[in-house]
Design a protein around this ligand. Sequence first.
Ligand code: ITT
Length: 183
Amino acid sequence: MIKETLTIITSNQGKYKEYREKLGGHYKQVEMADVGYPEIQAEELKEVVEFALEVLSERSPLIIDDSGLFVDSLNGFPGVYSSYVMKTLGCDGILSLMENRKDRGSRFECVIGYLGERKKIFKGISRGTITQEKKGTGGFGYDPIFQPEESEKTYAEMSSNEKNRISHRGRAMEKLLDFVASK
Ligand code: ITT
């Protein structure tokens, strides 16, 4: 089904690439707009997304995406602080915090805020483990240290198509596509 232009509001080229690859066949154009929006500090990703959608309404149809890595043995850290922690500690910082920890379970969450005819939130989760060391050069952010449970590879060792098939973002996008197709 071909629809009009869909705008992905993000500063993150890696995210945009994943959206373009999965949604490109469903829209005439999938474009990126790095226009910035207020990211409130909140307990949950969903609150951040809902607030931002209010502010951006004139660019519809649009997507904003708030994602994070939640590590079980760190009580869900970095979670909603993932962006700040990536800038300050990076993957190496997370690996240091995980040194000598047996429980390496973790999950990525992606919350898509979609504004079309209606406002909708779609959430995707992928579970996996934090690797002992960085592996792979693809992807972005925490991809080199996250191995999803469906694979022997980290996300950074996969193409974006491969990642999209099992990832938090890929799953959230599937829900979005189901919703748009039902319109
Ligand atoms: P925008 O808010 O402009 O979209 P951002 O990079 O700040 O871009 P988030 O706040 O959603 O995006 O992401 C929080 C952090 O988690 C950030 O450092 C990302 O690089 C990282 N991250 C998000 N999704 C990821 C993914 O699929 N794989 C690896 N890291 C990811």
